[in-house]
Ligand binder design. Sequence first.
Ligand SMILES: O=C(CO)[C@H](O)[C@H](O)COP(=O)(O)O
Ligand SMILES: [Fe+2]
Length: 215
Amino acid sequence: MPIIAPSILAADFGNLAKDIEMINNSEAEWFHLDVMDGVFVPNISYGMPIIEKINALTDKVLDVHLMIVDPDRYISTFKQVGADILTVHYEACTHLHRTIQAIKAEGMKAGVALNPHTPVSVLEEVINDLDLVLIMSVNPGFGGQKFIENTYNKISKLKKMITTANANVIIEVDGGVNNINASKLVEVGADALVAGSAIFNAENPTSYISELKKA
Ligand SMILES: O=C(CO)[C@H](O)[C@H](O)COP(=O)(O)O
Ligand SMILES: [Fe+2]
């Protein structure tokens, strides 16, 4: 069964505690937290204070997705506010190997995210150093976008690369995930599903999470 990671980007920021409680009482294992800087992506979301508050209100895993330039500047700060998994974008790192080691040195799991146009082959030389690869199934920056169909093909290629390298890496998929595409994503190799708008726009978000879990 896949790990479910609801994206807080689609939650009600006027009543965040209520949505955190909903996730706490659901079958979701992780909180997916999208940090955007208005430079790497054309949008600004939220940062450390929100993550710190969420950490105080849950025992679940905090899966932090950094959509920021030069993420090395903030690795230790994200550890301090409670990140368990820290994912940086391949496209935002000049010295990716060093960044991955710095995340692990802080005691967090290290993830790398790939934009839709970035081939999985760029990770070949670091695949054994990684804990997670985040395949973006939309162009990062906004919730509620349409799922890009080529994602299935990309996940299959990544799965093959991981198996060949005998690596132990979680494949996570993010963007436009819903109860229609979830099963096929798991079938081709996804281990963790991020979903924002599909969960929070559902009539019953808790049962929607359970539906995704059964994918
Ligand atoms: O990283 C992201 C956007 O850059 C979000 O995690 C993602 O878009 C989730 O939202 P939705 O499920 O509504 O597509
Ligand atoms: Fe994300």
